[in-house]
Design a protein around this ligand. Structure first.
Ligand SMILES: [Zn+2]
Length: 298
């Protein structure tokens, strides 16, 4: 066994290929799989601690951007996209948080259900949309239910066993049901991380970078969903949220962030268009895919 944990080679949790240490982030080590391009956290035996954190503390630490309403435009974009693929039907939002997305969806005619491990988030969601939200995980969704669409908005990269969870999501989708995913772009965040290490700017950049259990790239998610038998898989840049760097009342700063966001968004979308969808360098990705009729291929 190597004396330094960073010399250790460990197997990719998705394709089992031997993977090497890539970079550190907040005293955690991330590894990169050369085969499927997945970047993943070197995990110990603290899975229960992680689940407890989401159940008990996530609301207090991270709900401010949901409550501020700055995600509303994102929720509308997601619903516009879903409705390009299917008419409003049954919708499950996995990791529904305080329920703002489901509220918007319900107003557009979707029959909404949600699940989230945070007790406080679910209490808030119930005050917004009623009892069709459950405090728990995917394991608490009845297996005999089928949904026309399932959404995971900034959730998949938090999941300790994301591959197994995605297979369960697939089972809960109706035939030809639509899967929607949104997550931080692993290519963007790992590139900036490596650059900040080279420039010794890690301390400054860490506050802007996002790494949870996984840093998911375009190549990794396409391969994973393709292996599972999903069809019509589309990966593209996701709209930016932004704005939560500014305290309340900082109107000028908020306006500046808004203008910068628009310019940044225009830049990333131009790259995406010019490359025919190959260069996805925005901070977040979104994926839409349809459940195939052939079942799992792996
Ligand atoms: Zn792999």
């Amino acid at each position: 066994m190597p004396s330094n944990v960073r010399d250790e080679k460990i197997n990719c949790p998705y394709c089992r290929s031997v993977s090497k240490f890539d970079f550190p982030f907040n005293k955690r080590e991330y590894y990169h799989c050369p085969s499927c391009d997945l970047i993943f956290l070197r995990r110990g035996d603290d899975i229960k601690t992680t689940v407890d954190y989401y159940r008990e503390s996530y609301y207090d630490d991270h709900t401010v951007d949901q409550l501020s309403g700055q995600r509303s435009n994102i929720y509308r974009h997601i619903l516009d996209l879903l409705e390009d693929y299917t008419n409003p039907g049954s919708l499950l939002d996995l990791g529904c948080g305080c329920g703002f997305f489901l509220k918007e969806a319900g107003e557009r005619g979707w029959q909404v259900s949600g699940v989230d491990p945070s007790e406080k988030s679910i209490a808030y969601a119930r005050s917004l949309i009623g009892d069709n939200v459950v405090c728990g995980t995917l394991d608490d969704v009845p297996t005999d239910r089928r949904f026309d669409a399932i959404t995971l908005i900034n959730v998949l990269d938090h999941m300790v066993d994301a591959c197994r969870q995605l297979k369960k999501v697939q089972d809960l989708l109706a035939p030809e049901g639509i899967l929607y995913l949104r997550f931080p772009n692993g290519s963007f965040h790992s590139f900036v991380m490596r650059l900040s290490l080279m420039l010794s700017a890690k301390q400054f950049m860490n506050r802007f970078l996002i790494f949870h259990e996984y840093a998911i790239t375009q190549r990794a998610i396409k391969r994973c969903l393709g292996d599972m038998g999903f069809v019509d898989i589309r990966v593209f840049n996701a709209h930016l949220t932004g704005g939560n760097f500014c305290p309340a009342g900082w109107t000028f700063a908020k306006l500046t962030v808004k203008i910068l966001n628009s310019l940044t968004w225009g830049f990333f979308k131009s790259l995406e268009k010019l490359s025919g969808g190959r260069w996805l360098w925005g901070p977040s990705l979104q994926v839409i895919a349809r459940k195939g009729t052939g079942g799992h291929r792996s």
